[in-house]
Ligand binder design. Structure first.
Ligand code: BGC
Length: 760
């Protein structure tokens, strides 16, 4: 039976109740129509299906599932096909566990490296975030299970996450925070979207008609249901009106009663309730009709997929004197707890009960020429700390090479709490420095969910960033360290030198009511590049065991309009001795780089695999959006005319090749001159200049004369100053300076200018 027919037979009370969960994890079943309760479950890098006891903080145990690399790692693959492959595994797992929706991907922008959930999120860049998320969504949904990309919108801190108000200007929202969701929604068509806890510019995300309906549905074509984050619902009636469909968790009898009451007393149209029920029910039926009853899951294959995904994602940050890859004959001392018990996931609602944890030592512990020692402890009460350090330094002296597995302890990175600093634990930093002092051939392997400071970077030879690598991360580490695989990850976020350098310093994590996004669009590398700040490692950075060279950057035209498509081709060659993958990154340097427009933005990327000596030509197409910014005045995308640079970068800070392209508007922007428009803007337009000078030349000359003669001390107001003052003066101010001028005359004049421009 179709959703609509069922809805016709449901009572008002049944429909209202259907818009809250049946319990913590299930959408209400409708017995009369043989619709069972259907389960939704976290996400995003595994399945947290709880059967005994439920919570949204990861406290009660969940069934065993594959714990894949967290979003922070996956995004560094720069490979949407890979996130699709992970999504497919999640979809298969969900089918086997009878789960209708996976609550993920988590895809908020990394506004600050301190956000406690950055380990779940993908990037500081909306294009990368949106493409990686689209891959995950496509993968999950290819198995007829829904996904719920979250948390929509501007939920970029954990501090007071349930009540804070993100105050963000429209341009920043459109170009950064909405953009992260936009491409994913349009491209991958998620079955559901989860709205966030916070308010945005004063209105709770779940009550925000502009985002839930006007943009998400009407502009982007979203046709699934919107559910709340757990406990985010404020006013069930206002939310439903705004475009929210499902409040989670449930049951929430009072919310249902309030909806019933609102329909009865005419405050809420019953059709709005029916609409919400239809959206939820339609999605439930879609899942039920495609359920793979009795589907099993191949956990060993899942574990292998987790290993492969991490192998493609880890980032080689430093490798001097080719200290890596290690050779089997090297006598290597491995140091640290994480060698044997890896830190592989974050805390909170994404916490997976792993099927099997494979440590590096499980793989390599029995090999020849390897040894291990503790080195440090995360337990501050451990009295042997001093001894671990001394022992490590002594053993290091006798090894050919040392590899230290370090990172952030789990309690430092968890949902609900933001980090306070960039630093790793002091004892780990001290250990790395002490060991590197006696053994220059020291390698650091990092386990962390977000950027860290590296005070010891100059004294170690190599750094391999694993991030939170999932349950098979230890195997991937062995593959990469010993050269069975070639690192190909690139940083999806900037590693700053110091916390004080970050765009949101010093106000991030301090504001709990109104959280002002003062940095605007200058998020991540957009900030560091524009402000010319040095960083530890830039966005897009990563090394390989081979080398690549670029050439023949070609644009198919030197001039274009914003209605055209620019085709860009570039050759990339593997100039080293082993096969490797390169992430080709295309940035556009903006033409009109005034104070707040980012200097350069990632507009395309592709990952290519090259054999030694092989060259491939990579092709990109750029349309209007690659050059556009949001114009809040016209409520539309707009390309400032000028010369843009098409750049191929090794990363966001290192441009290897560039070519200019002139971009004009195919259709000149609609004039919207009013009597409040600054005179300079009207004069800047040829038609405006002609009309204005003819009609108001005298008045303007009078003003300029008045301004420059009206000085008590000669020299204070120069002619240049008078002109500048007039340039920024609204047209209507002429009324105050020239008694002959009439308001009606000015109104007629701007009308004539607007019309003349349109007529041209
Ligand atoms: C988190 C969501 C999660 C939900 C259910 C909330 O606390 O913010 O990401 O899906 O709990 O566990």
């Amino acid at each position: 039976m179709q959703a609509r027919e069922i809805i016709k037979k449901m009572t008002l009370e049944e429909k209202a109740a259907f818009c809250s969960g049946q319990d913590f994890w299930n959408i209400r079943g409708i017995q009369e129509f043989q619709i069972p309760p259907t389960m939704v479950t976290d996400g995003p890098h595994g399945l947290r299906k709880q059967v005994n006891g439920a919570d949204h903080l990861g406290l009660y145990e969940s069934v065993k599932a594959i714990c894949f690399p967290a979003g922070c790692a996956l995004a560094c693959s720069f490979d949407p096909q890979l996130s699709q492959a992970m999504g497919e595994e999640l979809g298969k797992l969900a089918q086997a566990e009878e789960v209708s929706v996976v609550l993920g991907p988590a895809m908020n922008i990394k506004r600050s490296p301190l956000c406690g959930r950055n380990f779940e999120y993908y990037s500081e860049d909306p294009l990368l975030s949106s493409r990686m998320a689209a891959g995950t969504v496509r993968g999950i949904q290819s198995r007829n299970v829904g996904s719920s990309p979250k948390h929509f919108l501007a939920n970029n801190q954990e501090y007071y996450r349930m009540s804070s108000n993100s105050v963000v200007d429209e341009q920043t929202l459109r170009e950064i925070y909405l953009a992260s969701f936009e491409g994913m929604v349009k491209e991958a068509k998620p079955w559901t979207v989860m709205c966030s806890y916070n308010r945005i510019n004063g209105t709770y995300a779940c009550e925000n008609q502009k985002f839930l309906t006007d943009i998400l549905r009407k502009e982007w074509g979203f046709d699934g249901y919107v559910m709340t984050d757990w406990g985010a619902l404020d006013d069930p009636v206002e939310s439903m009106e705004a475009g929210l469909d499902l409040g989670m968790p449930g049951p929430a009898p009072e919310n249902a009663a309030r909806i019933v009451e609102a329909v009865r007393d005419g405050r809420l149209a019953e059709t709005v309730l029916d609409r919400a029920v239809e959206r939820i029910l339609g999605t439930v039926l879609r899942y039920l009709e495609n359920r793979e009853a009795g589907a099993g899951y191949d956990y060993m294959a899942g574990h292998e997929a987790a290993r492969r995904i991490e192998t493609e994602s880890a980032v080689l940050l430093k490798n001097e004197d080719a200290v890596l890859p290690l050779r089997k004959e090297d006598r290597v001392l491995f140091i640290g707890e994480y060698v044997k018990r890896p830190r592989y996931q974050g805390g909170g609602s994404s916490h997976i009960n792993p099927w099997k944890i494979s440590s590096f030592w499980d793989e390599a512990g029995s090999w020849e020429n390897v040894s291990w020692c503790q080195g440090y402890t995360d337990d501050p009460a451990d009295e042997k700390a001093e001894r671990y350090l001394t022992e490590a330094v002594e053993l290091a002296k006798r090894a050919d090479k040392v590899v230290i597995f370090a990172g952030l302890p789990e309690v430092w990175e968890t949902e609900g709490v933001d980090r306070r600093k960039l630093d790793m634990p002091e004892n780990q930093n001290a250990l790395i420095a002490a060991v590197a002092a006696v053994k220059p051939d020291t390698v650091v392997v990092l386990h962390n969910g977000s950027a860290v400071a590296m005070p010891w970077i100059d004294s170690v030879k190599a750094v391999l960033e694993l991030y939170l690598a999932g349950e098979a991360g230890g195997l991937a580490a062995a593959d990469l360290l010993y050269g069975r695989a070639n690192p190909s990850g690139r940083l999806a976020e900037t590693f700053p030198l110091r916390l004080e350098d970050t765009p949101t310093y010093p106000y991030y994590g301090v504001e709990k009511e109104d959280v002002l996004y003062r940095e605007g669009r200058l998020v991540g590398y957009r900030y560091y590049n524009t402000k010319k700040k040095d960083v530890l490692f830039p966005f897009g950075y990563g090394l390989s065991y081979t080398t690549f060279a670029y050439g023949h950057l070609k644009l198919d035209r030197a001039e274009m309009t914003d209605a055209d498509t620019l085709t860009v081709t570039v050759d990339v060659t593997n100039t080293g001795a082993v096969e490797g993958k390169e992430v080709v990154q295309l940035y556009v340097e903006n033409a009109s780089c005034h104070e707040v427009r980012p200097l350069r933005e990632l507009r395309e990327f592709d990952k290519v695999c090259l054999k030694p000596g092989e060259t491939k030509t990579v092709r990109f197409e750029l349309g209007k959006r690659a050059f556009a910014e949001w114009n809040p005045r016209t409520q539309d995308w707009y390309v400032p005319e000028g010369v843009y640079k098409i750049q191929i970068g090794a990363n966001a800070a290192e441009i290897l090749l560039e070519q200019p392209v002139g971009v004009r508007n195919a259709v000149p922007p609609r004039p919207d001159f009013t009597v409040n428009t600054p005179i300079g803007e009207i004069l800047a337009h040829p038609v405006g200049k002609a009309v204005l000078e003819q009609a108001m030349g005298e008045a303007m000359r009078m003003f300029a004369g008045v301004a420059s003669s009206n000085q008590e001390e000669p020299g204070i107001m120069s002619d240049a100053m008078a002109t500048a003052t007039m340039t920024s003066m609204p047209l209507r101010a002429l009324l105050s300076f020239s008694p002959e001028v009439k308001l009606s005359q000015l109104e007629q004049l701007v009308g004539a200018v607007n019309q003349a421009i349109m007529g041209n």
